[in-house]
Design a binder for this molecule. Structure first.
Ligand SMILES: Nc1ncnc2c1ncn2[C@@H]1O[C@H](COP(=O)(O)OP(=O)(O)OP(=O)(O)O)[C@@H](O)[C@H]1O
Length: 247
């Protein structure tokens, strides 16, 4: 579904993700974990096509309009003047096009999605009036109507209370049961072990990628922490890149 071939992504020549290879299989449910600054968000943005690779490539086997991407809550403009139902209806946009109207079926779908995320009665509220947990539920409702094949979630449960987390995790399990491919950046190890069969552990490089019980083993986690402590934030190009350039 998503194949990474020796993928390197850099910000102003500082590599944030380094020579990562592997693939997210169709229908898999994968947690992406690693210390702060280990390249997790960068990986999702590269998969979404928001950041170009500086080396290698990322190949996604579904059209762009069948990918749902949920950025970190902090990156979302909450001041945008839009009502909750209209925000959910944005999920239909790939099907109805820029100028297409909304039909009764799509309106019903949006209201059903709001009901499914526990926001019945919120349809006419301005988005800016919602709490963080309510906003996250709206964004999940939007993904429900989008009917995506590939779902990329960046820290979807951070700052959510246990009730909201349980409700949103149930949707993730539903998507997995429906055969969709889900990739979620997470920081809660217990949650990863309990709900995510596959894990990619990053420390700018791939530390381990495979079944969660194997990847979340202490030696790999220790290795990732040690790599994070050794990062040189001013490094410009890695030794492999320098050698290749000189060859
Ligand atoms: N827009 C940017 N410009 C410059 N550097 C950036 C930018 N975004 C991220 N970085 C750097 O790239 C590295 C990886 O960042 P990224 O956000 O991918 O990490 P992360 O694993 O998602 O971190 P966290 O767990 O803290 O969210 C970090 O050193 C970060 O400072």
């Amino acid at each position: 579904m998503v194949r990474l071939d020796n993928l390197t992504v850099s910000y102003r020549q500082h590599p944030a993700l380094h020579h990562v290879s592997g693939q997210f299989e169709p229908g898999s449910l994968t947690a992406v974990v690693g210390p702060n600054g280990s390249g997790k968000s960068t990986l999702l943005k590269a998969a979404m096509g928001l950041l170009p690779p500086s080396g290698g490539q990322v190949r996604v086997a579904v059209p762009r309009d069948r990918i749902a991407y949920l950025p970190q809550l902090a990156e979302i403009d909450r001041g945008f003047p839009i009502q909750v139902r209209d925000c959910v209806l944005l999920g239909c946009w790939p099907r109805r096009g820029a100028w297409g109207g909304v039909d009764a079926a799509q309106l019903a779908q949006a209201d059903a999605a709001l009901l499914a995320v526990g926001l019945d009665g919120f349809a006419d509220r301005p988005l800016g009036s919602l709490s963080s947990g309510q906003l996250q539920r709206v964004l999940f409702a939007r993904m429900l109507v989008q009917d995506a094949q590939l779902i990329l979630l960046d820290e979807p449960f951070t700052a959510m209370d246990s009730k909201t987390t349980a409700a949103l995790l149930a949707l993730v399990r539903q998507w997995h049961a429906e055969g969709r491919t889900v990739v979620a950046v997470l920081h809660d190890d217990a949650q990863v072990r309990q709900h995510f069969p596959q894990t990619l552990l990053l420390a700018r490089e791939k530390v381990a990628w495979g079944p969660t019980p194997q990847v979340m083993a202490e030696p790999f986690l220790r290795q990732a922490r040690a790599m994070a402590e050794a990062w040189d934030e001013t490094a410009e190009v890695c030794a492999i890149d320098s050698l290749r350039a000189a060859a």
